[in-house]
Design a protein around this ligand. Sequence first.
Ligand code: ZN
Length: 248
Amino acid sequence: MARLIVISDVHANLQALEAVQEAARDEDPGGFVVCGDLVGYGADPGPVLDRLFELPLRSMVAGNHDLAAVDRFPLEWFNEIAADALRWTVDQLPAHQLDALRGLEPSERGAEGLVVHGSVVEPASEYLMPDERRAATRSFDADGFERCFFGHTHLPTVFIRSPDGRVRGRAMGEGERLELEPGCRYLLNPGSVGQPRDGDPRAAYMVLDTDAASAEWRRAAYPVEEAQSRIRAAGLPRVLADRLALGR
Ligand code: ZN
């Protein structure tokens, strides 16, 4: 399978997803791994779901937004803006797309590794921020995975557990490449396609090379203004458009 594209938190941003697909074409990917939050916040949930389900998928899990859209996660958990966007999202989706969301779980074991949205301990909701070494350690302890892919924080991140049990974690910048060493275990977050929060507005994704045993964090520029005007035209909270330009 060689090269896989790992993505997360697309959040109904069609323009960002298209840019990542375009950029990923050069990698000749053998498949995609999707770490959840396909919808919520953005203005194109239907077209984004169509595109995602057409991908050569290795694994795809549901995020808390996807689960909330099909009443499998409490709407009260979200702030008012996210909840508004979710109610709007549900109204946009035809029954067959809601059924497709209903078929996804927040955790899935694929050939390439374990895939969760938030964490191994709480796949739908726990945040593994880059400095949350203790939470990451609990995830390493909860399962014997060698590699686990996650999202939810919208921050490109890696946690490494060395053979001596030590856990390190850090944020990853564009173009950074990590050799996956035998004996080490990894929690890998590609960052967010549709709503990055690390100050870089470009769509984030990760290239996993299973032959070379490496992971590389990448960014793809996309027409942010187009995604913003779609959000405003839909009548969604304006802050959801504004933040895309800031990458926050
Ligand atoms: Zn998210």
